[in-house]
Write a protein that binds this ligand. Structure first.
Ligand SMILES: *Cc1c(COP(=O)(O)O)cnc(C)c1O
Length: 379
């Protein structure tokens, strides 16, 4: 699905040099690399505060802790996402409220969010799934109207742009009150281990979060709140510093591959290509509204599972993200949920298939993949 080694080979010298510098200086934790990466990511995202942490799941949890969400507070999020999003809500004893998504963009459905708001609702967590932003204009308007926090789960869309209805362009993850991301190796900006970060423009929230990631300490050995231990280590920061200047190029490479996939599939029956919501108005080859963490097709003639098997048999990697709606997972099922409220997620889990997507895909590989899929689905 991803070619991490191919990418490493192209940046090997710089990465190896910075890692060996860290080994020589022994500044493994809270070293200068971490601080520099934080500043560089703040510049890239044009956000006031980046707080690095240990992984994307921690980032979400710490964002919720920083906002002071309390047991019993309701938090609305998408039914169709990676479990981390709902996991941290449940772990903090907040009440997860899962809602349906849009069939074409896979992102949280605004009318479903609106329907789910109650007097106990405290926050909405849009997940920018597969690399493009949820409808942030509508989410921010709803949040303002109902006095809710917006926590963007930006694990899959770092580098994406979102242009609001007034033409203001912002980076994904910096639009809501707080955003989170993951630097898991296969993410668009991946390190060589675990890593994550939290973003916010709110000074007080940033201060609160900086203490929470460090055992609730704001002054050495004074623990004012219950915190956690969540750090990005220096070696991961060095890898990320080497890759951050290349992120836009990585996103371009993904977009180019996506455009080629779409060209091959778009006239095919039974295969629905992913939709880009172009908020910037720029041409599709330069538009950064979608950074294609995943390239996800829908197979509408019931052959998805057979296609997965066929591709596996032919050594073509593919993935099903996600095969089970969160509201049907044992850990998160609840009698509050009603099947009629999830028609789109229930359908998508049977139709979606994600294709190899990374920065090193070449034309020959793409043609091999698209030919195999078309021949099987419509042959
Ligand atoms: C990867 C991911 C996370 C979790 O990130 P980790 O670094 O693996 O903890 C959270 N949310 C979404 C949508 C993700 O894709």
């Amino acid at each position: 699905m991803v070619d991490l080694n191919g990418q490493y080979q192209s940046i090997k010298e710089q990465i190896n040099l910075s890692i060996s510098n860290i080994l020589e200086t022994s500044a493994f934790i809270n070293g200068p690399e971490v601080h520099s990466f934080q500043k560089e990511l703040e510049d890239y995202l044009d956000v006031k505060h980046v707080i690095p942490c240990a992984n994307g799941t921690d980032a979400l949890q710490i964002a919720m802790m920083g906002l002071g969400l309390r047991p019993g507070d309701e938090v609305i999020t998408a039914d169709f996402t990676f479990a981390a999003t709902v996991e941290v809500i449940a772990l903090l004893q907040l009440t997860p409220v899962l809602v349906d998504v849009e069939e074409d963009t896979f992102n949280i459905d605004i009318s479903a969010v609106e329907k789910a708001i109650t007097p106990k609702t405290k926050a909405i967590v849009p997940v920018h799934l597969f690399g493009q932003c949820a409808n942030m204009d509508a989410i921010m308007a709803l949040a303002e109207k109902h006095d809710l926090y917006v926590i963007e789960d930006n694990a899959q869309a770092i580098g994406a742009d979102y242009t609001d209805s007034e033409g203001k362009k912002q980076k994904a993850g910096t639009i809501g009150h707080v955003g989170s991301t993951s630097f898991f190796p296969s993410k668009n900006l991946g390190c060589y281990g675990d890593g994550g970060a939290i973003f916010t423009n709110d000074d007080a929230l940033a201060h609160a979060i900086r203490g929470i990631v460090n055992h609730g300490m704001y002054e050495r050995y004074h623990h004012d709140v219950v915190g956690v231990n969540s750090r990005l280590d220096s070696i991961q920061a060095a890898v990320l510093r080497a890759k951050l200047p290349l992120l836009d190029g990585y996103c371009d490479a993904r977009r180019k591959a996506a455009i080629k996939y779409t060209k091959a599939f778009e006239s095919q029956d039974n295969i629905v290509v992913p939709v880009t919501v172009n908020t910037c108005g720029m041409a599709s080859d330069i538009c950064k509204c979608h950074v294609f963490h995943q390239y996800t097709l829908r197979i509408t003639n019931g052959k998805r599972d057979a296609l997965v098997e066929h591709l596996n048999d032919n050594q073509i990697p593919c993935g099903v993200y996600y095969p089970i709606p969160l509201h049907k997972q044992k850990a998160y099922a609840d009698e509050r949920y009603n099947e009629v409220d999830f028609p789109k997620t229930n359908k998508l889990v049977k139709e979606v298939i994600s294709l190899p997507m990374h920065t090193e895909l070449d034309d020959e590989q793409i043609t091999h993949i698209t030919n195999a899929i078309i021949a099987f689905v419509n042959g």
